[in-house]
Ligand binder design. Structure first.
Ligand code: FRU
Length: 540
């Protein structure tokens, strides 16, 4: 690839050119997956936003279609912003999206497929009743903080509900609207949920999860008889640009979301991803009985670089998402379909001991476009260091103790997108600490350190970190999806996810290397390491 195209990805979703942000209205219709996304037809920076459109039969390979929704009417003439699809009981998908009107007010509009027998749903008709929901002096909504309708759900009373992201002063809120016919919508007196002090809530998502197993639950479902459902509220905090979620109970009588104890829907809530990841959205995949999560990952390079390479933004690999059996956190795992791109498996690494200070190169894999799964095992955990009780922020732990700082256990993990002589590398690794002396409890930290990822100085190389709620007496799994300028890491089989963007100058193409490493003072076993070169997906 030409110099300025070497950071394009091989199997992540990205348009052929220009700016992309939020995933919009993901769905499956007649066996075909649809992805819409915020796109600028005119350049590599945000603006002129339309709903670009692609379809797929496997969530991996994608066919582009012309934009489905673009500014054309007073109710969206200044932009077609984010929104969602709802599949009506008769099987018809409809889009609710935010339009920007001539006064730059945010309003909610509906669009319907022109021709339901076209499985690609290439053309969409906007209702003449638009806007269906508008801010006005009577309802007290701030016209510049009223956007991103969710997938709607049906209540016992056969009325639809939808939530819209908003804020009043510093109070973030999810405003509820209800409707009998999906066209006439009425604002509820009370929001579904709010948090004073969190600022604007963008791209809310609200969906049921089951207490039993990993299968998905349709958004309007009340669950099987005897099945316990919980609900998840996700918000994208404009202030911090992270996606946070809370698990709780949906009180259908009061139309209120009640977080479980210990959860607060603000910047202290757990995150889907502890790296670069925003404006995500889920949908229920009725063909495979799972809930799938899409999320946007922005660039970490300069705007000038975006303009030079002619594009900005990728979507992460769609992830299956479900409630862990503890009921306290969500698990995410790349959809299985992506494994079809695996080729040339490297399987010669089994039961290797990584001595203190050692590195093991994984040969025979195209390290710039790869999928790696490794299983570590530590022994003699009584030798672990005790964590400083003031270290409550995993990102701070990872950035203050960089990869060269030795603990008893850790850093150990993977060095990805590494140049031959390690002038450049991104390290994804663990450290294990005792929670307290003699407590028998441990703290596992997972880090993604970008500080040495590129000789280029102008990139954002922030180090990311997450706690992984696993028992370190058990093998510790790590998976990394490596794709030229993105590394998606999954610790503890999807208990913690970190996505990072990196732009190596040396570690590109065939000059990219992959290592397992252990710089901690104790030895670590590699029980198993499998790495696959990844074929490129057919996208755009
Ligand atoms: C989130 C967001 C949404 C808005 C869209 C505009 O990234 O700001 O709130 O609808 O992007 O492109």
């Amino acid at each position: 690839p030409s110099v300025n195209q070497r950071y394009r990805t091989g199997f992540h979703f990205q348009p052929p050119k220009n700016w992309m942000n939020d995933p919009n209205g993901p769905m499956i219709y007649k066996g075909i997956y649809h992805l819409f996304y915020q796109w600028n037809p005119k350049g590599a920076v945000w603006g002129n936003i339309v709903w670009a459109h692609s379809t797929s039969t496997d969530l991996v390979n994608w066919d582009p279609h012309p934009p489905a929704i673009f500014p054309s009417e007073p109710f969206d003439i200044n932009g077609c912003w984010s929104g969602s699809v709802t599949i009506l009981p008769n099987g018809k998908p409809v889009i609710l999206y935010t339009g920007i009107d001539p006064k730059n007010q945010q309003v909610q509009n509906i669009a319907e497929p022109k021709n339901l027998s076209d499985p690609y749903l290439r053309e969409w008709t906007k209702s003449t009743l638009n806007p269906l929901m508008a801010p006005d002096a009577v309802n007290g909504i701030n016209a510049s903080s009223f956007r991103d309708p969710t997938t709607a759900w049906l209540g016992h009373d056969k009325k639809w509900r939808v939530i819209i992201g908003s804020k009043i002063h510093r109070c973030g809120l999810a405003i509820t609207y209800t409707s009998k016919d999906f066209l006439k919508w009425e604002k509820s007196p009370e929001p579904l949920h709010y948090d004073d002090g969190s600022g604007m809530w963008e791209c809310p998502d609200f969906f049921p999860v089951t207490r039993s197993g990993s299968k998905g639950v349709e958004t309007s479902s009340f669950g099987e008889p005897n099945e316990i459902l919980k609900h998840v509220l996700k918000i994208s905090l404009d202030d911090t640009k992270h996606d946070y979620y809370t698990i709780g109970t949906y009180d259908r009588v009061k139309d209120k979301f009640v977080p479980d104890s210990g959860f607060k829907m603000d910047g202290t809530a757990p995150r889907y991803d502890y790296g670069k990841y925003y404006a995500s959205k889920t949908f229920y995949d009725s063909a495979k009985n799972r809930r799938i999560l899409w999320g946007w990952t922005n660039e970490s390079s300069s705007v000038e670089d975006d303009v030079e390479k002619g594009w900005s933004g990728i979507q992460t690999i769609p992830r299956k998402i479900w409630l862990y059996r503890s009921g306290k956190q969500l698990i995410q795992w790349p959809v299985r379909e992506v494994e079809r791109l695996r080729t040339k498996e490297v399987k010669n690494l089994r039961n290797k001991v990584l001595k203190s200070g050692s590195r093991l190169e994984v040969y025979g894999v195209t390290a710039a476009q790869a999928d790696v799964e490794v299983l570590f095992k530590v022994r003699d955990l009584e030798k672990a260091d005790v964590i400083d009780p003031s270290w409550t922020d995993p990102q701070l732990i990872c950035s203050q103790m960089n990869v060269s700082v030795k603990s008893s256990f850790g850093p150990f993990g993977l060095m990805v997108l590494a140049s031959k002589n390690l002038e450049e590398y991104t390290s994804v690794y663990f450290r294990i600490f005792k929670a307290r002396q003699n407590s028998g409890k441990f703290v596992v930290v997972m880090c993604s350190d970008q500080s040495r990822s590129s000789l280029e100085k102008d990139n954002d190389k922030t180090t990311y970190g997450a706690f992984v709620d696993i028992n370190p007496y058990q093998p510790i799994p790590l998976r990394a999806l490596i794709d030229h300028s993105v590394v998606e890491s999954f610790g503890g089989k999807g208990r913690a996810c970190i996505t990072s963007r990196v732009y190596p100058k040396l570690a590109i193409g065939k000059s990219s290397h992959l290592f397992a490493f252990n710089y901690g003072s104790q030895s670590v076993d590699v029980l198993n390491l499998n790495a696959w070169s990844m074929n490129s997906a057919q996208i755009s």
